[in-house]
Design a protein around this ligand. Sequence first.
Ligand code: PGA
Length: 243
Amino acid sequence: MRNIIIAGNWKMHKTQSEALEFLQGFLHEIDETPDHREIVLCVPFTALPVLSKNLHGSRIKIGAQNIHWEDSGAYTGEISGTMLSEFGTRYTVVGHSERRQYFGETDETVNLRLKAAQQHNLMPILCVGETKEQRDAGETENIIKGQLEKDLVDVDQSRLVIAYEPIWAIGTGETCESGEANRVIGMIRSQLKNADVPIQYGGSVKPGNIDEIMAQPEIDGALVGGASLASSDFARIVNYQPF
Ligand code: PGA
């Protein structure tokens, strides 16, 4: 059976005290969450210490949003797997479209970051997805196949999570129709050597659409941006009700 992984991606949100406040609300709301659902919070680097301190013994896994491929060196503004591991970090997002779009991340650097995460026993969540223009031009499949081909060179597919995030659906309130997300995720799975890689959907996941999304047979979880910032919203998402 494939793992179900629901991950929050806080992006550049929350100070340490706001992170603590979130946890105080959220921890009470996941007592009844079925055990086989993995809950992950991918937070800014500065929130890692507060999570590390307060999630000890909890079922919530700590995640980062990026990782550099070297362990240390002259890489201003970057973070290494050694540094992340010190705080008990277990996951990291790699290749988010915002990194690709605004910070010049390429498939080559995404590949290096994926391999570094695995070397440090961090589970990478690789993000792939198409823009609106690419979708309208009928390029969705080709774009995603190209990303997978380049990103996954020499990556161990037994320690990998993929998130299908159509860029036009991120932060826009415009969710990809769940049947279509299921279709694209099935296509992604057909490209993999390991068909058991958990594949999430991401892009305007909300309390109101998570049940329908998780009812789709190919979708193994969600990567949640905006709706992971309020503890009650994210709790409703991890406590989704299967149809
Ligand atoms: P969103 O972001 O849920 O706010 O659309 C998703 C993401 O970027 O991972």
